[in-house]
Design a protein around this ligand. Structure first.
Ligand code: G4P
Length: 507
């Protein structure tokens, strides 16, 4: 069975145009759930208000997490990666739930730090990437310079699929290599559809460059793209809705359908005989009067039906999923089912955790959804010492949600929180106060990073007796080595070759 699902994310540096592109993708597809500033129009307004009602009833805001749209028989699930300058584990995890990504680059800026970081996360999992060079309606850097920068900085083969006919004031359109046509701007910019011109008279210099672009770079190779070794490059202007159709068509044509997911030494394919999936994100209610959470499950296999019972790996007994949020309410007939590649929002009271597997038979565990070694570690100091219990509960909850990681040192009573980005700490403090009425401050901790320890029980005991001051337990009770510096880690790794010091922990 070939699936018509394309589950993807957009990765970019802030300001490159992710929001604008998302809006245009949704407008071109039959957008169902329109998020944030994205403006709903016509028929879509109705769908939007349905959605907002759900949000109000549940008192949550989940719209921007998953956006589903359809176009010419293909269903696109666009997963939002938080658009902050700062990096969080949420972003990493969202990227474990997609099958491919669109990398948006500002034509005037090229590869920026955040693009690069997100790219590296995709590379870890060989996520295939289509590049969209945005803002060609403005003066940008020379095309070859951009192509070479992508190739060099990301160590990736680039295969241009288009060539902009001028940029900025000189911009005339985009030559599409596949058809040989030039897409030229036509009509008012919002509704705008590019007109295709077959016999466009290219300026001589552009014609030469087009030839160079085609012979000087690797030809598109589907397998190399799907392995994450080659990126096809498209050009356009999200703002002017230009090149977006070509981009959607490319996603439909070449982006991979739902991939098999690793579960230990097995690979679970979409046609595996039962419904299964994993939780990659938990979003708690920002309204302090309700404690509901939405767990986001990436479906890996089977056909899900409303009311179905699934067994969460963390619970061991089945739960009936009566009121799933299927990001998919346009067509009532399919509103109650979901397929591999889809995302299902499952309301719950904290029973579902990031990393949990859900399945009908409870016989498999998806792997590869990691915790990352924190890069910032802080001690949590309570302003009111009588609130220890509330603090512990709050930290457990928030670490379950993946907002932070929490470590309980073997010596001393102060909890240590770990994050990979500063923003996570700001979120922590404000949520402790708003949702748990716990006023806390963060202070420096003596530790710089952490490593999960594994090995023979006897050797671990021995290590523990010598290094108690540098050991902690995470919220699962697993042993963690708290290091004062990277040097400290290396020293212990060399000294204890039989133990493994891991920078990630898979659940
Ligand atoms: P982000 O989500 O990646 O952070 O970027 P966003 O879409 O918000 O776009 C950042 C800025 O770049 C916005 O301008 C947006 O209008 C502009 N932009 C996006 N795509 C294009 C494009 O193709 N061409 C041009 N010329 N500009 C583009 P802003 O001034 O910051 O905001 P606004 O007041 O225009 O909304």
């Amino acid at each position: 069975m070939t699936s018509n699902r394309r589950t993807f994310a957009i990765i970019s540096h802030p300001d490159a145009g992710k929001t604008t592109l998302t809006e245009k993708l949704l407008l071109q597809g039959g957008a169902i759930h329109l998020a944030g500033e994205v403006k709903a129009r016509g028929d879509q307004r109705r769908a939007r208000s349905d959605w907002m009602k759900i949000e109000q009833q549940r008192g949550i805001s989940v719209t921007s997490s998953v956006m589903t749209f359809e176009r010419e028989g293909v269903t696109f699930n666009l997963l939002d990666t938080p658009g902050h300058e700062d990096f969080s584990e949420d972003t990493y995890r969202t990227l474990t739930a997609v099958d491919s990504a669109i990398m948006v680059i500002d034509a005037a800026k090229g590869i920026e730090p955040q693009t690069r970081k997100l790219f590296e996360v995709c590379r870890l999992r060989s996520v295939p990437i289509i590049t969209f060079v945005n803002k060609v309606d403005r003066e940008g850097r020379p095309v070859f310079e951009l192509l070479d920068e992508i190739a060099d900085m990301l160590a990736l083969d680039v295969s241009p699929q288009m060539y902009p006919v001028g940029m900025g004031g000189e911009f005339q359109g985009i030559l599409d290599f596949a058809s040989g046509e030039v897409v030229v701007p036509e009509g008012p910019s919002r509704e705008f559809k590019g007109k295709r011109v077959a016999d466009f008279d290219l300026p001589e210099e552009i014609a030469e460059n087009v030839e160079l672009a085609q012979i000087g770079y690797p030809e598109f190779d589907l397998e190399a793209y799907r392995n994450g070794d080659l990126t096809p490059v498209y050009f356009g202007s999200a703002l002017k809705n230009f090149g977006v159709t070509e981009l959607i068509e490319a996603i439909a044509r070449i982006a991979p359908p739902p991939r098999a997911q690793p579960a230990g030494d097995k690979q679970i394919a979409p046609d595996h005989g039962e419904v299964s999936g994993f939780i990659f994100k938990v979003q708690a209610n920002m309204d302090p009067n309700h404690r509901d959470r939405i767990a986001f499950m990436r479906q890996v296999s089977g056909t899900f039906k409303r009311g179905m019972k699934l067994i969460p790996s963390g619970l061991g007994k089945p739960i009936a999923i009566h009121s799933p949020i299927l990001f998919f309410a346009q067509d009532r007939e399919i509103a109650d089912t979901a397929e591999a590649g889809d995302i299902i929002g499952i309301p719950n009271h904290g029973t579902l955790r990031v990393g949990d597997t859900l399945s009908e038979k409870n016989q498999l565990r998806f792997t590869g959804l990691p915790n990352f070694a924190p890069e910032i570690l802080r001690r949590v100091q309570l302003k009111d010492p009588t609130k220890t219990k509330q603090l512990r509960k709050a930290l457990d909850d928030l670490s379950e949600e993946g907002v932070i990681q929490v470590f309980y040192p073997e010596i001393g009573a102060q909890h240590i929180v770990g994050v990979v980005g500063q923003l996570q700490l700001d979120v922590l403090i404000s949520r402790l106060s708003a949702e748990y009425k716990v006023e806390a401050a963060l202070e420096a901790s003596p530790f710089a990073t952490a490593r999960w320890l594994k090995g023979d029980a006897k050797l671990l005991d021995e290590f523990e007796s010598f290094n108690r001051a540098n050991l902690a337990r995470d919220r699962d009770g697993d042993l963690v080595f708290m290091a004062k510096s990277p040097w400290d880690v290396n020293y212990q790794v060399e000294k204890n070759p039989e133990l493994s010091f891991s920078a990630t922990k898979e659940r």
